[in-house]
Design a protein. Sequence first.
Length: 200
Amino acid sequence: MKPFLLATGNSHKLKEFQALLPENVWIGMPPEEIRFPPETGETYFQNAFLKATACLPAPGHWIIADDSGLEVDALEGRPGLLSARYAGMGASGLMNCQALAREMKEIPPERRTARFRCVLAVLDGDRGTLVAAAQGIVEGRLTRGILGEGGFGYDPLFIPDGYQVTFGILPEAVKNRVSHRARAVSGLLAILGLPGEARR
C-alpha cells in the first residue's frame, strides 16, 4: 500500500488526518521547501487539486490534498472558499473567527445555520494522475461567540447538528466521527478500498 503525502504545511491538519486514517496507512507532510500556489480555484476541488500538484513528483506515494470551508446561509454561503483568509491574507484562526462573529452579531438564532464542507483529491505521485476524490459535509449552527479552545479554524464557533457544544469543546474522538473531514476521508477509503479501521 502506498504511503500518503498530505499536501499541507499545517501540522494541526496532519494530526487530524493521522487520527482519521487506518493504523496501517502512513501519512506525512511533504518537504519544507514545497511552496503551495495561491488558492485561485473556483471550487474546493480545484483548490485541492492545485495543492496536490504542487507536491509532484512524489515517487512511490499517493498525494492527498483537501480544501474545506464554512458556508453560512445568512451570508449566502460565505466565507466558503475564502474561509482560511476571511480576515485577510495571513489571518489566524482566531482572527477569522472574530471577523465572522462580528458580521453575524445581529443574526438571530434561527438564521445561524451553516455547514462545513471538505473536498479531498488524491493524485498518483509517480504519474500525476487523479486517483480519487471525495466530499464530506456536516450541518450545524453558529454560536454568538467563541466557545472552546480545541480544534482549529472556525471550530469554536460551530455546533454540529445533534450536539449542544462547538467543535472547540467536543472531544477529539467525537469530532473525528462526525466532522466534514471525517466524512470525506470515510468516503475516500471506500473508493480506494483501503482496509482497516480509523484510529479515532
